[in-house]
Ligand binder design. Sequence first.
Ligand code: NBG
Length: 749
Amino acid sequence: MKKLCDYTQKPLSESSDLELFNALLNLVSDEVKDRGYNEGKKKVYYISAEFLIGKLLSNNLINLGIYGEIKEELEAAGKSIAELEEFEHEPSLGNGGLGRLAACFIDSMATLGLPADGVGLAYHCGLFKQNFVNGRQYETPDYWLTWGTESWMRRTDKHYDIEVGGYKLRSTMYEIDVTGYRSKCGRLRLFDIDSIDERLIKNRIQFDKGDLLKNLTLFLYPDDSDEAGRLLRVYQEYFMSANAAQLILEEAEAKGSNIHDLYDYAAVQINDTHPTFVIPELIRLMTARGITEEEAYEIVTKVCAYTNHTILAEALEKWPRYYLEKAVPHMLPIIDRMNAYIAGKYSEPFVQIIDRDNKIHMANIDIHFSHMVNGVARLHTEILKASELKPFYDIYPDKFHNKTNGITFRRWLRASNHELSDIISARIGKDWIKDADELEKLLPYADDDQFLTELLEVKRGKKAAFAAYVKRHQGIEVNPEAVFDVQSKRLHEYKRQQLNLLWAINLYHEIKSGHRPVRPVTLFFGAKAAPAYVTAKDIIHAIITFGEVVRSDSEVAPWLNVVMLENYNVSMAEKLIPAADISEQISLASKEASGTGNMKFMLNGAVTLGTMDGANVEICELVGEDNIFTFGKSSDEVIRAYAEHSYNAYHYYESNPRLRAAVDFLVGHEMLCRGDEGVLRRLHGELIGKDWFMTFPDFEDYCAKKAAALAAYEDRRAWAKKMTVNIAKAGYFSSDRTIKQYNDDVWGV
Ligand code: NBG
């Protein structure tokens, strides 16, 4: 057993936090070496633009089974892991669910012993850091990378030559170890170029988008509101995919592949459309090795699989042909021939790779040239098959399959909620950490008073801790006795943070007219808006402004609080989710592919208030109607309303007085004297003139179900029972289950 003091070369009590942190990095790295990596003939390459991995210290110690010993050793010297964690920077390598899913997946792949690499890019400043100034979101670079010793990421001596944007670049590969739970390890491999220059960033996150040599990997999802920004995304996507393709072939050949048999050596998972170029690039590299193009098509199709994460058309990337001419001219002849090959087989315009406007549909390349296409929750996959991708489903009925998302319980319960984890393990043992179905053994405790009391006690403690955190970080006083009602996810109109806001305004009106809730409610929002997404930013402004209105009104403040959390990220989620009572999953039915926050909340004993969308449908089925609150139009009704163009927001606004009062409050005196009039009027206009994601039709039902949830909360024993059922039934949503299914049905490793 390794001791930390062997790595500090002086007593722990005399070591600085930096010295301790570096000692822990070295200790973990030695421990990983002792265990070794999952190896085998065939390997999974999970290529993704995002890996939202979160801080690694606790997670690695837990997975390596040395958390307890290290904690004791540190405590004996008067130090704590929690302090060192504050010192650690969270890697800024992702945006939302797609990236967090990739992070949970690499944890599960390592844990299940699958030889697997995550492959992506080493963004220097990540997505962005969110600050609120005058009630608005400001973005600044998230300098998470500390080049030096104190980083989990190490430089390797692997380099590839990549041609992009008229340059010949030489890439460098970095690696982060992925510890599996009590198993061997995997690796996250991130590519970069040495010429990146962070000094290019001028004002906030503005930089010269034309200077590829200096900007290629500065940011994840650089602002794409202009052409230079969109081109940069193409450069990034190709750079990532081309590195991956070379890595895949090199490793396969080193293991003895003659490339004709690549399928026996590599399974490539294309996470959304961003890594699509890996397909034509593999074809290019294979034909350069003497394989015919026709055979190369067959090989890539056997090797690659594609996951779709959204039905929003905007997220299915289409690049104008001249972008590719500029960025990757050597890809064009290959894509043209792929296009001709497909056009020769299928005449349906929808399935063509290049459309009449000369745009290249990345998802269409993925679907034709992968052997498997999957959605990420049952409803989502059904919608893909029945409407969104129907013409493809007609051609390839056997390619389509569902893989409902999952989360790693090591991070989202064991590490982030020790207290809950301990009372669970005291009842059913620790096997649930690796075998999530074991959680079901908790069901009988739904009637055990002692357990229910402890469960409520744990929740109370987590709420108090989170309230203290909010006070420290944002200076906002939060009453821990209030119901903690939480909506945390990317800010997007389809996720409908605005619906939740309208509910809160309605409650404000009720309180003003003398109808107080039985217990105070605190509404937490955690969300970043894409820098160029105007309406999303307007919603943030409205939420922050309304929070100020509420807190400054002495009649309302004791009963309602609205908090927009600053810079929501994985580390904050680990504190927030264990403290939640109600989990808001209120997307417009049919629009949320799955959601994974919903699973994390449930696992931590929050009760879902949601629409029948994404994985909520499966949650509902598992916990039963008594343990979830559902509302709203069904996905069928929504799909029909869009098809018929029958929705008219103004009609609802006009005919429902309390909805109208809530909407008009946005531009009323209280809001205007604190907020920005232009922004608030724009949002008001957007809602009554469009409301594209149909918040108004669901408003009444939402209010009714939220009232029911709040009333149910008052029977504390019955509520604790609901919490227990949610935890006990969460086992299905372990990413270990998801990964096992991918491996059984898709990868065959
Ligand atoms: C998100 C969906 C979620 C889904 C995750 C993971 C993107 C682009 N998509 O519903 O919105 O849970 O992907 O599959 O982040």
